[in-house]
Design a protein. Structure first.
Ligand code: DC
Length: 236
């Protein structure tokens, strides 16, 4: 058997990173880690404790000293076959996907101390290899030595349409305009923030999935994975 590798997937909001990351992890029997869920859980914590004003301003002086009290982890749900996010022992998988969290997550994830804590945890999770991790800074900061790096992108209107359909199917009442505004705003903050901004790693393979079906993406990415695995030494 080939030694396991780590796969880093970065890219813009709502361009299907997690769908492809989960599919690859399932195919390879690897662990999928949704780093965005950790930033979302941190944002939920800040909202629950009143550290974010109604105008969206984060009270860093209150949040930073509280970081040691925030425990985030994933547990595998054997009924749904999915990893679910836990915040201080509570399952928050649904709550972290709300628009309220989406609208406040970028300023929280721009805070240096928040990133330092979560990046440290993410590096530790990938130490034993066999991980597919998606996010914004995985190939550049969290796993700069990942054996395979992908950078995913898609047209913003196409991303907004997909996200709108997903929210609609979950019963969330919103409009295309609001979803597009949220995506554009997050792209802007994610790419321009001072700490670990979203940038394409020089050795990442770009996947523009604007006009690709899920199956086409999966076949393309798996061909890259298999090419990379062929050059891996054998292990036990
Ligand atoms: O992948 P997502 O949309 O669930 O991520 C939510 C937010 O978390 C995203 O707007 C930016 C932030 N994030 C980050 O800063 N670094 C990561 N590695 C992952 C997500």
């Amino acid at each position: 058997m080939k030694l396991k590798i780590n796969i880093a997937i970065d890219g813009y909001s709502s361009c299907g990173k997690s769908t492809i990351a989960k599919a690859i992890a399932r195919e390879l029997n690897y662990i999928y880690i949704d780093s965005g869920a950790m930033y979302r859980a941190m944002t939920l914590y800040a909202l629950q404790h009143g550290y974010i004003s109604p105008e969206g301003k984060v009270n860093e002086d209150a949040l930073i000293p509280a970081l040691d009290l925030v425990m985030i982890n994933f547990r595998y749900n054997t009924d749904t076959y999915r990893y679910e996010t836990f915040l201080n022992g509570q399952n928050v998988e649904r709550e972290i996907r709300t628009l309220q969290v989406s609208n406040n997550v970028s300023p929280v994830s721009a805070i240096k101390e928040v990133r330092m804590k979560l990046v440290r945890m993410q590096k530790r999770m990938a130490e034993s290899k066999g991980v597919v991790m998606d996010g914004r800074d995985i190939g550049t900061v969290v796993l700069p030595d990942a054996e395979l790096k992908l950078f995913m992108t898609a047209d913003p209107t196409i991303r907004a349409r997909r996200r709108f359909d997903e929210l609609h199917s979950l019963g969330v009442d919103t409009s295309m305009e609001e979803v597009l505004r949220n995506i554009t705003q997050r792209d802007h903050i994610d790419t321009t923030r001072a700490h670990d901004p979203l940038v394409q790693a020089p050795d990442a393979i770009v996947v523009d999935n604007s006009h690709l079906t899920l199956d086409e993406q999966f076949q393309f990415v798996m061909s890259k994975v298999n090419q990379r695995l062929m050059t891996q030494p054998a292990g036990n």
